[in-house]
Ligand binder design. Structure first.
Ligand code: DGY
Length: 424
């Protein structure tokens, strides 16, 4: 490692320590003052690069918010803060600690497997993985029963926040059917911390909060939420991440579970492997999400469409088409991988998930490119990520046109990905 890279890695470690609120790291100060689900999985892997005890603690803290039915919430409100909307009062969920009532992409089993396999403190890792494994099993069971009760092999997401890619153009049409009326008064705080041009628009927030109100009205009951939600999509990102997580859970099950667990997980994997190809859009040469209410594929190419590579679920032909698509995007913008097709009219290089590059997504796509036999592409994506962080700081996301850092600064998951890339 060069001296410069070593200094930057130290900066990354400092960001995690500074964002530590005692057993959990906030994504960044003020903009996101609580613990977020998929952030924590990446952040735990980042901690594991230099403090394994603290890394396992990150996951245990997140699991303090897990519901009895297995849901791992999108947000765990460990300590009060006025810096964020919607806070626990809006969700109205009387738990200790309070949580939101929706979820986020299930990266956690993958993080546990990575941490277990890279551990230097083997005794600790074995103990922690054995403790955490039943909680992961319960969570994956939740995904099946709450979000795919018919066993189609594709899980539904009911809120753009669940996909983690909140204002992606992929959700525009499905979100347009969600009314803008809310019973909750909207008091956005995000635009106090970050320029409004880099955040979701006001109308999107109205629809986001309409969904929160609707779920609150049915008492956060999983079956009723699925039935009443005016937004219901099979997100290619969530489904690919879940399939990868199931594979990692299966590996954990062989060490910490029973043959019965392994059989149930294998059955789900088989169903998901059979279903994911339904999201392939041959005309477009890419995977896309599916609008479960309209019954149609969503014709917007996003970076989530490359995540079947991370799931190890693509044919040689599909791999070739995806690699060619990344090359086409690379001809349009100097930095990879933009969150939305830079040739699409809805592409906005500054606005959150409508164009900017996210280090965590790059990490998953690069991993998938290696699996797919495209090491040159994997290296290009990793180099771009390191270059963006080196020039643009540990930002929340990056403008693919000029490479500048955008959104929150000193961001935990960006720091974590830097550590994983620098030390990987
Ligand atoms: C946000 O941006 O506030 C969403 O909650 C992210 O989960």
């Amino acid at each position: 490692m060069t001296e410069e890279a070593a200094a930057r890695a130290e900066q990354a470690r400092t960001i995690l320590r500074t964002n530590d609120r005692g057993g959990y790291a906030v994504p960044t100060a003020r903009l996101y003052p609580f613990q977020w689900n998929w952030d924590s999985a990446f952040v735990a892997m980042g901690w594991a690069c230099f403090d394994e005890t603290r890394a396992w603690q990150e996951i245990l803290s997140l699991l303090k918010g897990q519901w009895e039915d297995g849901l791992i919430p999108q947000i765990v409100f460990h300590a009060p803060s006025d810096d964020y909307f919607p806070g626990p009062d809006v969700w109205g969920i009387a738990r200790d600690p309070p949580t939101s009532g929706i979820t986020q992409p299930p990266v956690l089993a993958t993080a546990v497997r990575v941490m277990l396999e890279s551990a230097t403190d083997h005794a600790l890792a074995e103990r922690m993985a054995a403790t955490i494994y039943p909680r992961l099993l319960l969570n994956h069971h939740w995904w099946q029963t709450a979000r795919d009760p018919d066993g189609s092999g594709l899980v539904a997401t009911l809120h753009p926040w669940e996909t983690g890619m909140d204002n992606s153009p992929a959700w525009d049409a499905a979100l347009a059917r969600v009314p803008t009326q809310t019973t909750t008064v909207i008091r956005r705080r995000d635009t106090d911390h970050v320029d409004a041009s880099a955040r979701p628009r006001g109308e999107e927030y109205q629809r986001f909060i309409h969904l929160v109100d609707a779920f609150h009205a049915v008492g956060w009951d999983a079956a009723r939420m699925l039935a009443v939600s005016p937004f219901r999509v099979a997100d290619i990102g969530t489904n690919a991440i879940l399939l990868r997580a199931e594979r990692d859970l299966l590996t954990l099950a062989t060490r910490f579970g029973t043959p019965h667990d392994s059989a149930a997980i294998s059955e789900r994997i088989a169903r998901q492997e059979a279903a994911l190809p339904r999201l392939w859009n041959a005309g477009q040469g890419g995977f896309v999400s599916f609008d479960l209410i309209a019954g149609t594929r969503i014709p917007v190419a996003t970076s989530a469409g490359f995540l079947p590579l991370f799931a190890r679920c693509a044919t040689a032909e599909q791999i070739g088409a995806m690699a060619a698509k990344i090359d086409r995007w690379a001809a349009l913008v100097p930095h990879l991988v933009p969150s939305t097709d830079p040739g699409h009219p809805a592409f906005e290089p500054l606005r959150y998930w409508r164009g900017p590059i996210w280090a965590v997504v790059n990490w998953m796509i690069a991993d998938g490119c290696d699996w797919a036999g495209h090491p040159v592409l994997a290296t290009r994506i990793r180099r771009d990520t390191i270059g963006l962080i080196s020039n643009g700081g540990f930002s929340e996301y990056f403008n693919p046109v000029d490479g500048r850092g955008v959104g929150g600064a000193d961001f935990s998951w960006t720091a974590a990905i830097y550590l994983l890339l620098a030390e990987g």
